[in-house]
Design a protein around this ligand. Structure first.
Ligand code: AMP
Length: 415
C-alpha cells in the first residue's frame, strides 16, 4: 500500500516523502482512513509502530481543511505523559505540517513557563502537552480549551500509571462536548477501558500485531566491545563495509568532535553536528553529507532531531542513549521499507543497563556478538553491572511534577 491511497492531501504527502517513508506502517494503514472519517478511536500500539504519524497526519489534514479562526484557538490537543514524549510528538507535528498553514506548540513542566505562554499568545492550532503544566496554564488564564475539535491521549496507560487520571478528567471537563477523541495505549487494561468508556463515542478499535513495528523491520545488531576500542571498531566497520552514508550517534558534543576528528585522521570524511555548532556549520555538514563529500555525520540526539535527511542504510550507536525512546528514534533513521537498513549498537560493560531498558521498551531481546580484538576486557555478571557514574537518575518516566514513572511499557515480547 502507498500513502497516496490513504486519502492524505498533497502537502502532507510531500512532507512524508521528505521524511523518506516509502509506505505506511500497519497501524498507519488502519488509523489514517478511520480518523479522516471522523471516528473516535481506541488504538493499541507501542512506540516504534509509527503511531505518532498515525494520528498526527490525519489530525493535521482535518485541521487544514476546517475553518481557520482568526484568533487561532487550540483546535487539537495531544496529551502525553512525559516531557520527552511531548518533545518528540512536537517534532513529528513540525515535520508533517511544514507545508501547511498551521501553528503548533508544546508545553511541559520543569522549565520556565514564559516562552510557552508567549507561544500560546501568538495562536496555536495544535498543542502537545503534559497534563500538569497544561492545567497550570489554564488555571492561570493563559489558555482556553473550549474550541478543541480533536483530543489525543497518547500513551494513556502510562499516564494512568503515573497518576494522571484526575488531571485527565479535569482536562476533559474543559473541552467542548462535540469533538473527536483518539486514545493510544500499549495495553487495554480494565482502567483504560473504564476511562475510554467514560468519554468516547462509539470508538473504532484498532490493534496491530507487535510483529509489525517499524523497529522490527530494522536489522538491529549489538556488538559488545571494550569502551576504549569503540573508535577503532567504528573506523574498521565503516571502512571494511565500505559504508558510504553513515549516521553515528554519540552522547556528548565533545565525544562527537573527538570521534569525527579520529575518523578524518583515518581517511574517512566525517563532520560533527551538535548544539555548539553554528547554523552555518550544521548546514554545511548536512549538505556535504547529502552530496556524498562527507561519509559520516557524528551527531548528538538533540542535534539529530531537527536533521532533514531521508532514511539511511546505516546508523551506528557509538554510545547507547540513556533515554530508551531515543534509541527508537535513532534507529528510525534507517529501516527503509523494502530496502535494507541496519542499526548497529556498540555496547560497553557500563551500558548493559541501558541495553536492558531498551530491550524492555521495544519488547525484543537483541542478540549480541563480539569481534576478535575488540572484546570487552573484564567480563561482568550482567546483573552486577553498574550504571555509569553520575547518570543514575534517568529523565525517562519522570513526570513534569516529579512523580515516579511507570518504569516500562507493558509486558515485553521476547524472541
Ligand atoms: P513512533 O512509533 O511514532 O514513535 O515512530 C517510530 C519511528 O518510525 C520514528 O522514528 C518514525 O520517524 C518512523 N516512522 C514512522 N512512520 C514510518 C513509515 N511509514 N516508514 C518508515 N518509518 C516510519
Amino acid at each position: 500500500m502507498s500513502f497516496d491511497s490513504l486519502g492524505l492531501s498533497k502537502p502532507l504527502l510531500h512532507a512524508i516523502e521528505k521524511a523518506g517513508y516509502n509506505s505506511p506502517s500497519p497501524i498507519q494503514e488502519k488509523t489514517i482512513p478511520l480518523i479522516l472519517e471522523g471516528h473516535d478511536m481506541l488504538a493499541s500500539a507501542q512506540t516504534g509502530t509509527g503511531k505518532t504519524a498515525g494520528f498526527t497526519l490525519p489530525l493535521l489534514q482535518i485541521l487544514s481543511q476546517g475553518k481557520q479562526l482568526r484568533r487561532r484557538p487550540v483546535r487539537a490537543l495531544i496529551l502525553t505523559p512525559t516531557r520527552e514524549l511531548a518533545a518528540q510528538i512536537q517534532e513529528n507535528v513540525d515535520k508533517y505540517s511544514q507545508f501547511l498553514h498551521l501553528s503548533s506548540a508544546v508545553i511541559f513542566g520543569g522549565v520556565n513557563q514564559n516562552p510557552q505562554i508567549k507561544a500560546l499568545r501568538s495562536g496555536v492550532d495544535v498543542l502537545t502537552a503534559t497534563p500538569g503544566r497544561l492545567l497550570d496554564l489554564v488555571n492561570q488564564g493563559f489558555l482556553k480549551l473550549d474550541q478543541v475539535e480533536i483530543l489525543v491521549l497518547d500513551e494513556a496507560d502510562r499516564m494512568l500509571d503515573m497518576g494522571f487520571l484526575r488531571d485527565i478528567r479535569k482536562v476533559l471537563a474543559l473541552l467542548p462536548d462535540k469533538r473527536q477523541n483518539l486514545l493510544f495505549s500499549a495495553t487495554f487494561s480494565k482502567e483504560i477501558k473504564a476511562l475510554a468508556g467514560g468519554f468516547m463515542h462509539k470508538p473504532k478499535l484498532v490493534e496491530v500485531n507487535p510483529e509489525n513495528t517499524t523497529v522490527e523491520k530494522i536489522d538491529q545488531r549489538v556488538i559488545r566491545v571494550d569502551k576504549g576500542k569503540k573508535p577503532g571498531l567504528t573506523v574498521k566497520l565503516i571502512s571494511e563495509g565500505d559504508w558510504q552514508q553513515v549516521l553515528v550517534f554519540t552522547r556528548t558534543k565533545h565525544g562527537a568532535n573527538r570521534l569525527a576528528e579520529k575518523m578524518n585522521k583515518s581517511g574517512i570524511t566525517a563532520a560533527p553536528i551538535h548544539g555548539n555548532k553554528s547554523q552555518g556549520a550544521r548546514t554545511k555538514a548536512l549538505a556535504g553529507f547529502k552530496d556524498g563529500s562527507i561519509r559520516v555525520l557524528v551527531a548528538t540526539d538533540i542535534a539529530a532531531r531537527g536533521l532533514d535527511i531521508p532514511l539511511l542504510p546505516h546508523v551506528i550507536n557509538f554510545e547507547l542513549p540513556n533515554v530508551p525512546e531515543d534509541y527508537v528514534h535513532r534507529i528510525g533513521r534507517t529501516g527503509r521499507a523494502g530496502a535494507s537498513g541496519e542499526a548497529l549498537s556498540l555496547v560497553s560493560v557500563d551500558e548493559l543497563e541501558y541495553l536492558r531498558d531498551i530491550e524492555k521498551l521495544i519488547g525484543l531481546k537483541l542478540d549480541s556478538e563480539e569481534l576478535d580484538g575488540f572484546e570487552p576486557v573484564d567480563e561482568p555478571d550482567p546483573k552486577e553491572a553498574k550504571k555509569p557514574r553520575g547518570r543514575s537518575s534517568r529523565p525517562r518516566g519522570k513526570s513534569p511534577r516529579g512523580r515516579g514513572g511507570s518504569g516500562g511499557k507493558g509486558p515485553g515480547r521476547k524472541r
